[in-house]
Design a protein around this ligand. Sequence first.
Ligand code: NAD
Ligand code: UDP
Length: 314
Amino acid sequence: MKVLITGAAGFIGSHLCDRFLKEGFYVIGLDNFLTGSPDNIAHLFGEENFKFIKYDVTNYIYVPDDIDLVLHFACPASPVDYLQHPIHTMKVDSLGTLHTLGLAKAKKARYIFASTSEIYGDPQVHPQPETYWGNVNPIGPRSVYDEAKRFSEAMTMAYHREHHIDVRIVRIFNTYGPRMRLNDGRVVPNFISQALRGEDLTVYGDGSQTRSFCYIDDLVEGIFRVSVKEGIEGEVFNLGNPDEYRIIDFAKIIIEKTGSRSGIVFRPLPEDDPRQRCPDITKAKEVLGWEPKVSLDEGLENTIQYFKNKLKVL
Ligand code: NAD
Ligand code: UDP
């Protein structure tokens, strides 16, 4: 079986490459290194079943190989990254989605789209089930990400309905772990690197907004199950950890776990920052038999160790 993974040099994409190789797949990774790094996949170069192509998926994609499965994971995912690359973000989740769907159609491959909890916007339903349609500001700064993901979901379903492609959509909630960029701006790398450097942790707003944090290994397990299960064409799954934290409490947890003397400073809340976010994972539990297994304690332990090593080599 051959799988093509876009965004292969990114945080989630690189872990997916590892997992699919371990499962005996031949893996073709595509990435243009916009927010990813060759370091994340350096250990795979020279692997017989791994091929990497440096490529921008907003361009037409030609791959000579037969392909059984396409995973479209390329896209800046940190709010700081997508606000820095607003047009590229819209292109990678419109043109990039179109091209990867076209590739899946040409190769008669199954297609998995990496969507996000952001399609629920600032949710008015809590926790968020897959049946919730969301509350997105279409012209706010975050819309470049949210609306591109919503467009991509619609495009994915259109290919399913018109061309009968076997598609599946995963709506990923905040995921963390090794290989996140130290400076990618998301809350986990920010807080951990600030704590390790002895700098004050920057809480945006009053910190009462909530997020639920899923460890990368749990997420990858969920994505793998969605990818290989039969009989779930056209289905959408929330994948995330339903343990919900206020950001202010999360900052205190990071200070305690790192043994840091850092304090907390408050910074303005970014525009349209969702107030509450927590996945309803009933469907993933029932259909995939999946739920997160890694505790926040254990996940943070691994992530803090990874960032400590990174900071040592800087
Ligand atoms: P990331 O920034 O680490 O990885 C994205 C990768 O895509 C990078 O390696 C980047 O270089 C690559 N890329 C960007 N534009 C490209 C292009 N035009 N052509 C080829 N490659 C391109 O982010 P991540 O956290 O690994 O996110 C991966 C996917 O999962 C994204 O689609 C994101 O929207 C989705 N997602 C992630 C989270 C999360 O918590 N990490 C949550 C929801 C959704
Ligand atoms: N956040 C924060 N301090 C930081 C970075 C982020 O308080 O240094 C907050 C941010 O405002 C949001 C939450 O943490 O409420 C999660 O932010 P992140 O950028 O990780 O992802 P989001 O869930 O907003 O996409």
